[in-house]
Write a protein that binds this ligand. Structure first.
Ligand code: SAM
Length: 180
């Protein structure tokens, strides 16, 4: 990522400030699927809303983003809502590759960051029996554009997974899937 794009994300995160802990959108109504222990990875975590929610649930979380401002907002949110040390905040540019080759995460979340080149690494990060939660912008129900997933993109990308829920509408695609 070029520096100006990272600075742009920093500006956006600073403008919004500290948020609130939130489960991933694709999990609404299915929170029972999330274990209360284990490890979670939040890819492109932004201001940490999901990472902090996962940590509050009981998971040890690795939260990755390119934006120092987003990570700082997440760390501040975590001070009140997550036990100390439960979240490791990692500054990394995912354009340079995936920051972990560790396939031992019980939950892997990637919400509103679409990078098809990273789909294989996302899949590989999920432990056997683990949960994958992905939300991307979609062409379905929208005018289209190069940042949006084509119809069926997520199901095709994670073909080896058991699909628990798949929804495409109103410009978003959600996939909830379990690694066999
Ligand atoms: C739309 S936000 C989504 C944040 C969060 N997942 C959520 O759902 O609220 C996209 C995030 O991706 C991060 N991002 C964009 N490009 C990135 C890259 N190349 N490497 C790491 N993070 C990146 C941005 O900093 C931003 O926090």
């Amino acid at each position: 990522m070029v520096t100006s794009d990272r600075e742009d994300w920093d500006r956006r995160h600073r403008a919004v400030g500290i948020g609130s802990a939130q489960p991933p959108d694709a999990l609404r109504g299915r929170l029972d699927l999330v274990p209360g222990t284990g490890r979670a990875l939040d890819v492109a975590c932004g201001r940490g809303a999901v990472a902090v929610w996962l940590a509050g649930r009981g998971l040890d979380v690795v939260a990755v983003d390119v934006s120092p401002a987003g990570l700082a907002a997440g760390a501040e949110l975590a001070t009140d809502l997550a036990p100390p040390g439960r979240i490791r905040w990692v500054e990394a540019d995912l354009d340079d590759g995936f920051p972990t080759d560790d396939g031992s995460y019980d939950v892997v979340v990637c919400q509103r960051f679409r990078a098809p080149a990273l789909y294989p690494a996302l899949a590989a990060a999920v432990a056997p029996g683990g949960l994958l939660v992905v939300t991307v912008l979609s062409e379905v129900g929208d005018a289209g554009g190069r940042f949006r997933a084509a119809p069926g993109e997520l199901v095709a990308a994670f073909a080896g997974f058991e699909v628990l829920a798949h929804h495409e509408a109103d410009g978003e695609a959600h996939l909830l899937a379990r690694r066999p």
